[in-house]
Design a protein around this ligand. Structure first.
Ligand code: X2X
Length: 343
């Protein structure tokens, strides 16, 4: 009797362990959908392909990922991407903090004008307490964040004139992205901002419906905005930067074995690391080859000094203060402290 009892106990324990493992394996989808806004050869799109490739390698093909650039799984509307990940229409994504900020207000922190003066400041936020807190928030909203990547510092371009001071922006029609914070910033600077998706931006710029836009230089060069969108004037002012986040839908994550979860995480970290190197290439002194490349295309490039940035900072101070309240003063304080203490 006693032996039987022990046996049945052992059996129960073994089954309790084995059953979910078997279900999990059977639960794997033939293909997982990975969303990005832009595809290859943008560094962002390359990062998606690289993540997929590394996962395939590390899981011996158990997890098969297909990339869907152009946010095609949400009909090109990048501000709906995060909701689609939560709901499971997208399995995984490399998403922009700007595009997800309508759903997660804390992500607006990276769009606070002139909060991050250099790359070390971006790293201090993503790699420090702010980054951890944001990952916790994402975890509470049905997603598993795995790594930080980078779209880049967002620089201003237009078809009309060189922008060196806020007055130069007066009346310029600018395409902006995602969050209402961008509308506030450019309205405060005297421009005429209008919100639209990336898919609509290039046609609107080439037809002259809008005069300018702001995006990282890797987007500018790969999309050939100088010729495809008449962007002859570029101002390097690094007023905000746009980190990317590599995430997986939580149910999808839970359906994988711990071994495969580890593989996907390691692949994400590797792809993200390579992505940051690619996003910064030619943009950090002494290597300014990307900036030289843009000048070589006949673009008039203005690099603002700290003194020249000051009036822009002043003109957007009210916007900064308004959004600090919306984002959460504590998180903003943490961010400011991290930037001040950066090494
Ligand atoms: O739409 C943009 O400007 C882009 C491509 O940079 C983002 O998705 C945030």
């Amino acid at each position: 009797m006693r032996k039987l009892l022990v046996l049945s106990l052992v059996l129960t324990v073994v089954l309790a362990w084995a059953a979910p493992q078997m279900v999990q394996a059977a639960d794997y989808k033939p293909e997982y959908k990975l969303s990005t806004v832009v595809g290859k050869p943008f560094p962002w799109g390359i990062a998606g392909e690289r993540w997929a490739e590394l996962v395939k390698e590390k899981t011996n093909g158990r997890i098969n990922i297909k990339c869907y650039p152009g946010v095609s799984l949400v009909g090109g509307d990048q501000t709906k991407e995060y909701t689609a990940i939560r709901q499971g229409a997208i399995d995984m994504a490399i998403g922009s903090t700007i595009n997800w900020s309508p759903q997660i207000k804390e992500l607006n922190i990276f769009s606070m004008p002139f909060l991050m003066p250099d790359y070390k400041a971006i790293d201090a936020l993503t790699g420090g307490e702010v980054g951890k807190e944001i990952f916790k928030i994402l975890e509470s909203k049905d997603t598993v964040p795995l790594a930080w990547g980078e779209n880049g510092f967002r620089e201003l371009s237009n078809s009309k004139r060189a922008v060196q001071k806020p007055e130069d922006l007066k009346g310029l029609k600018l395409r902006v992205v995602g969050s209402p914070l961008f509308l506030d910033t450019f309205t405060a600077l005297g421009a005429n901002p209008t919100q639209m998706s990336w898919a609509d931006a290039v046609p609107a710029l080439s037809s002259g419906a809008v005069d300018g836009q702001e995006n990282p230089l890797t987007i500018f060069t790969v999309a050939k905005l100088h010729s495809a969108a008449n962007q002859k004037y570029l101002t390097l002012w690094g007023y905000v930067a746009d980190p990317l986040i590599l995430v997986v839908n939580k149910d999808v994550w839970k359906s994988w074995t711990p071994e495969d979860q580890k593989a996907v995480r390691e692949a994400a970290l590797q792809a993200a690391k390579e992505n940051i190197v690619a996003a910064r290439k030619g943009l950090i002194a002494p290597d300014d080859s990307t900036i030289k490349e843009v000048e070589g295309l006949g673009v008039n490039v203005t690099k603002l000094t700290d003194a020249q940035k000051a009036p822009f900072k002043k003109a957007t101070k009210e916007v900064y203060d308004k959004w600090a309240k919306q984002i959460g003063p504590e998180l903003v304080k943490k961010a400011e402290d991290s930037v001040a203490k950066r090494k």
